[in-house]
Design a protein around this ligand. Structure first.
Ligand code: ATP
Length: 347
């Protein structure tokens, strides 16, 4: 087995801004970071935690307050822009105004660290451009003008451009920001496959908690106290890191689903829930929204069994030995309004 190559290392890194009169505004640090080849890392954190600042610092676009950063074991501070551009490519959130450029022409711009100042492509450059378009799946629309592409298509083109740059590492600033849900899932899957297939290290910042939990090999969470939690998504969920990072009144992180739940009222009426896992998942959401405390205990005085009968969902509500069947969540919720009052007066 060959040893995994470290792509990026940061030691005792502090990030922030130098203000006037020699003052500094430290956002986070000291941080110890490691990014390995073939790894997809999602950087998460609440608004203002310092994700963009960290990304820009790691990319050499913003000076660190303190500490040391190396890329493929070379100090970032020693790398000339041309050398850095062969190691690190970036995809930014801002919509790129690419005029009349075609998809092919924009992807070809990724070859700039290798071409002469005239920008002429060699045969090898052209091969790299086509390889990048193939991997991302955009070769079919290579002749289309960038200005008429959808946001999702355009984001893929920007990713192909970064890939054509042929770097060890790709950084993406909120790559799913302007995409619809299916495109967001598709983009995350694509990035995950890309990391495995190309053995590049991919670091992206995102607010998409659910997607990051599913796709990331590792998650970095910037906490409000300026520290960074690093681990697999599962380890971080189980140790409560998401709760401490995003804690807010009225929000509860549900470890069973890996998502935040609104209005969870742990003092709310207790209700038992069992049945088919898909129905249990959605019923749980609805019940939590209504402020119920869910337990899986089959012996609860008030409980719901959610099952599929002839491929149709139905919910049976049991109340002290009496059972009533419903065929939609809306009916269940209406019935629960009555229950809520009854349970509240009992408990
Ligand atoms: N040029 C600057 N000078 C001083 N402070 C700045 C500067 N740019 C950003 N900040 C501050 O640094 C902190 C971190 O900002 P940053 O944009 O890195 O956070 P973020 O995690 O990316 O936020 P968001 O999720 O909202 O995009 C914020 O408090 C911000 O106001």
């Amino acid at each position: 087995m060959t040893a995994r190559k470290s792509i990026l290392t940061a030691v005792d890194l502090s990030i922030g801004y130098r203000l006037s009169k020699g003052q500094t505004y430290k956002i986070a640090g000291p941080l110890q970071l490691n990014l390995w080849q073939g790894e997809l890392v999602c950087l998460l954190g609440p608004n203002g935690a310092g994700k963009s600042t960290l990304m820009r610092t790691l990319a050499g676009l913003h000076p660190a307050l303190e500490g040391y950063i190396s890329i493929t074991n070379l100090p970032l501070s020693d790398l000339k822009p041309q050398d850095l551009a062969r190691k690190l490519s970036m995809v930014l959130t801002e919509r790129v105004e690419a005029g009349n450029l075609t998809v092919y022409e924009l992807v070809a711009l990724g070859r700039y660290p290798y071409t002469s100042w005239l920008g002429n492509l060699t045969a090898e450059d052209v091969i790299k451009v086509y390889e990048a378009m193939d991997v991302i799946g955009i070769t079919a629309y290579q002749h289309r003008s960038i200005q008429y592409l959808s946001d999702g298509e355009r984001q893929k083109v920007m990713l192909a451009r970064a890939l054509a740059q042929d770097t060890d590492m790709i950084m993406l600033d909120e790559p799913t920001a302007h995409l619809d849900l299916p495109s967001r899932v598709e983009m995350m899957q694509l990035l995950h496959q890309l990391a495995k297939k190309t053995q590049k290290a991919i670091l992206l910042s995102t607010h998409e908690l659910d997607l990051a939990l599913q796709a990331a090999d590792k998650v970095w969470i910037l906490l409000p106290d300026g520290s960074l939690e690093v681990g697999t998504p599962e380890d971080l969920v189980l140790k409560g890191a998401f709760e401490s990072a995003f804690a807010r009144k009225g929000l509860h992180f549900d470890q069973t689903t890996g998502s935040f739940v609104l209005h969870n009222d742990s003092q709310g009426p207790v209700i038992g829930l069992s049945g088919h896992k898909d129905l249990v998942f959605w019923t749980r959401r609805a019940l939590q929204r209504e402020g119920f405390c869910i337990e899986t205990d089959q012996t609860s005085a008030y409980r719901i069994e959610a099952l599929f009968t002839n491929n149709q969902p139905d919910w049976t509500l049991y109340q002290n030995g009496i059972s009533v069947k419903y065929n939609s969540m809306a009916e269940v919720l209406a019935a629960l309004q009555l229950w809520k009052k009854q349970i509240s007066t009992i408990t």
